[in-house]
Design a protein around this ligand. Structure first.
Ligand SMILES: *Cc1c(COP(=O)(O)O)cnc(C)c1O
Ligand SMILES: [Zn+2]
Length: 405
């Protein structure tokens, strides 16, 4: 188990606290896959409770007693027959990450990231966040007795997420800037070793998140979907999920791979633009803007990993408008009973758009990832809904309303 630069190949011990290679390249955690292959089988995995830690052999932990967990992962994979009919596709699933302990997939990354912090003996952890990372880190640091500092873009964090970060007892700091500015500031604190940084530039976070890929195979009874559609912000999650599928392939659990398809918002789509130019690097946005605050990111740090995932899987990248996002959010709630936050609905909006464009085939087996719970952003949901009907306490009026539709 080593940290390895994806650019120059240099390796580092896992106990070395660095976030990027000396050359500036991103790091990833690599394992001895032959050894893992000899240690596990589908049957041994199935004997354990489903969730991140079912896949222990694939995770960068030396001392199991140091694990910090709130029982994350094991989220439902819903078959969505009503949406299949609505959109005209053969087989559609939603992997609902809003069902995690703090309501987003970030918990999968934090259980591993904070466990690593625990193993390293770190006392102060921190992150920049559009909301969910801070909510999750605040919870896991509380559970492990660490100090937690979070930097948020003022006025741009959904209400539920802010309430969580504050209530779990983190030191919450709002900056007069956007997420990308906040990330630069916490990176500086990390360079000076004042905090252990738990943004997705930290490769250990992605190790937890790759279990989304594992669980999808597991829940499909070891079959692999043709396509996985993922909302993309800082681009860690799509990279992580791809790594999960690749590692299951490398250890003989599966023998096919899905097409990784990333969806961004129109007002924050540097990866989509790079993809359409067939480029390997992005041109950052200075002022990203979208209702989907969780993907309101102009300079995604994991862009090189995400683009590699998209290109090498034969996937795609597309952008959707705020209107398309809200429409998809409503559709998912009203057709399937699944309430997600706006960023999450971009995967559904992207599916619809790519079907219309003929990029996605109607008989593919498709999994859309919904990344966070709808209650995270009650303001967005209320704005998109009709006003409640108000009446006096009069049963006849009520009966009249019942007959309207
Ligand atoms: C963090 C987050 C994203 C973006 O994930 P990245 O790994 O930054 O691409 C999307 N949706 C929600 C709800 C999130 O919390
Ligand atoms: Zn390097």
């Amino acid at each position: 188990m080593l940290q390895k630069c994806i650019k120059c190949g240099k390796t580092y011990d896992v106990d070395e606290i660095i976030y990027t290679c000396e050359c500036g390249g991103l790091l990833e955690i690599v394992y001895d896959y032959e050894e893992i292959k000899n240690r596990i089988s589908k049957e041994t995995l199935r004997k354990r409770q489903i969730g991140v830690w079912r896949y222990l052999e694939y995770l960068p932990v030396k001392d199991e007693r140091k694990i910090v967990t709130l029982f994350e992962g094991g989220t439902p994979l819903y078959r969505c027959k009503n949406l299949e009919k609505e959109l005209g596709v053969k087989e559609l699933y939603v992997k609902n990450e809003g069902a995690n302990p703090t309501g987003s997939f970030k918990d999968r990354g934090m259980t591993v990231g904070v466990t690593r912090a625990n193993e390293l003996g770190v006392e102060v952890v921190g992150c920049a966040s559009t909301g969910n990372t801070s909510a999750s880190l605040a919870a896991y640091s509380a559970r492990s007795g660490k100090k937690c500092i979070v930097l948020l873009p003022e006025g741009k964090v959904a209400l539920g997420k802010l309430a969580q970060a504050m209530f779990y007892g983190a030191k919450v700091i709002q900056i007069n800037g956007n997420f990308d500015d906040a990330l630069e500031m916490v990176k500086q604190l990390a360079r000076e070793k004042l905090i252990y940084l738990l943004n997705s530039i930290n490769p250990f976070r992605l190790e937890g998140q790759k279990t989304i890929g594992f669980e999808i195979c597991d829940q499909l009874n070891w079959q692999v979907p043709d396509r996985v559609i993922v909302p993309v912000g800082n681009a860690g999650n799509i990279s992580a999920i791809w790594k999960g599928f690749r590692e299951f392939e490398a250890t003989g659990i599966i023998d096919e791979l899905p097409k990784m398809t990333g969806i961004q918002a129109e007002g924050a789509k540097p990866i989509v633009e790079a993809f359409k130019r067939k480029a390997k690097d992005i041109t950052p946005y200075k002022n990203p803007e979208t209702i989907a605050t969780a993907i309101r990111i102009g300079n995604p740090v994991n862009a090189p990993k995400a683009l590699e995932a998209i290109y090498s899987s034969g996937g795609y990248a597309e952008a959707v408008s705020d209107e398309e996002i809200v429409e998809a959010q409503k559709l998912l709630a009203r057709k399937e009973g699944i309430f997600v936050e706006p960023a999450s609905a971009s995967s559904i909006a992207g599916l619809k758009k790519l079907l219309d464009e003929g990029i996605i085939d109607r008989d593919e087996r498709i999994v859309c990832i919904t990344t966070g719970h709808g209650l995270k952003d009650p303001d967005a949901a209320i704005r998109a809904s009709e006003e409640p009907i108000k009446i006096e306490c009069d049963i006849d009026v009520l009966k009249k309303i019942l007959k309207e539709d």
